[in-house]
Design a protein around this ligand. Structure first.
Ligand code: SMG
Ligand code: MG
Length: 368
């Protein structure tokens, strides 16, 4: 497939409500879209990097810069497919989210030209996926309980509470007391604790959580293994896993017993599938994380979440959890909290032109 040019388009998508985590508050999503134009058609992807390097070291201006200066120029001129993209970008260290966006846009173009869906290409075994929702840190417990109640009424099958020191045991207890023991409940600390907090985190063991996600720093794999021994709540890693090699190390160290697979964080859907295969071979459940994606990124995440090893509900919420108007036709939950996996060629969705024009902030065209 020959690429004639690549568009880097920035869009600003206001969130329906501020989303607070242990590392900051998001009120709008500054998204970099990548559109690859080939002789046969085009392919879209969205870069998951956020405005500031807080969740991880990547940030959206940096992602655009590395794409423009290094990653796009590295693509061979005589034709490319998604597997090749991964190989030619490998010598550049880091920048997983930028790499993922480029590989995904190429994969979308490739699959659209052959008529195959992402789900079919990745090896999905289901046509719909159960959905969880990630609930931010709030100013008060009543506010949190109202938010959780709204999501439960919408049909979400699993609730994830963002936690940080000072907002952990009390919100979990309040949600358990109000919604009962049957609610699938988990927490995500985004690296806000240290091993010194092990005894405090063990207080969460009383609440029958599905998992605790990324309690310690991103590079604290060994400490996660020590913490895991001191908790009954299963430890799940998110930020620490940037590749299948990281996943293999975490599994063999006992640093986690569950993995949050975010394709963007690991450099793309092909590496995400490798992590899925590895985890499955080790009996480690995986689930699909989220980065407040628009419909473009969501479509591919929902396809990935339909693979057989994704045995826990993901952060694959409906469009309305994030945006008043999504970039694509909105993803809407079924009455029983599932999203349909797109079946059309490639991502199976595309940006709605009117919406796209309205939210576009800048546009850069790179000729090949
Ligand atoms: O996409 O629903 C979503 C957000 C899920 O909590 C979520 N993501 O650490 O897992 C995580 C966070 C990272 C982004 S927070 C702004
Ligand atoms: Mg997380």
């Amino acid at each position: 497939m020959k690429i004639s040019g690549i568009e880097l388009r920035r869009v600003r998508m206001p969130l329906v409500a501020p989303f607070r985590t242990s590392f900051g508050t998001e009120t709008a999503r500054d998204v970099l879209l990548v559109r690859v134009v080939t002789e046969d058609g085009e392919g879209w992807a969205e870069c998951a990097a956020m405005s500031e390097p807080r969740y991880c070291s990547e940030y959206v201006d940096g992602a655009q810069d590395v794409l423009r200066r290094f990653l796009i120029p590295a693509l061979p001129e005589d034709g490319v497919d998604a597997e090749t993209v991964g190989r030619v970008l490998h010598p550049f260290t880091g920048h997983q989210m930028a790499k993922s966006a480029l590989e995904t846009a190429v994969l979308d173009a490739q699959l659209r030209s052959t008529g195959q869906s992402f789900a079919a290409h990745l090896g999905a075994s289901r046509d719909r996926v159960p959905c969880g929702v990630s609930v931010g840190i709030m100013d008060s417990l009543p506010e949190l309980l109202d938010a959780v109640e709204g999501y439960v009424e919408e049909g979400y099958v699993r609730i994830k509470l963002k936690i940080e020191p000072g907002w952990d045991v009390a919100p979990v207890r309040a949600v358990r007391e109000r919604f009962g023991d049957d609610l699938l409940l988990q927490v995500d600390a985004n690296a806000a604790y240290t091993l010194v907090d092990a005894q405090h985190l063990a207080e969460l063991d009383a609440f029958g959580l599905l998992l605790i996600e990324q309690p310690l720093a991103n590079d604290d794999m060994v400490q996660h293994a020590q913490l895991a021994k001191r908790l009954r709540t299963p430890v799940c890693l998110d930020e620490s896993i940037e590749s299948a090699a990281d996943a293999a190390a975490a599994i063999s160290l006992g640093a986690c017993s569950i993995i949050n697979v975010k394709p963007a964080r690991v450099g793309g859907y092909l590496e995400a599938r490798r992590i899925h295969d590895l985890a499955r071979a080790h009996g480690i459940p995986v689930w699909c994380g989220g980065m407040l994606e628009t419909g473009i990124g969501r479509a591919a995440n929902v396809a990935l979440a339909a693979l057989p090893g994704f045995t826990l509900p993901g952060d694959t919420s409906g469009s309305g959890r994030y945006f008043a108007t999504d970039l694509t036709e909105p993803f809407v939950l079924d009455a029983d909290g599932h999203l349909d996996v797109p079946t059309g060629p490639g991502l199976g969705v595309e940006p709605l032109k009117d919406v796209l024009d309205e939210v576009t902030v800048s546009n850069e065209w790179i000729t090949r």
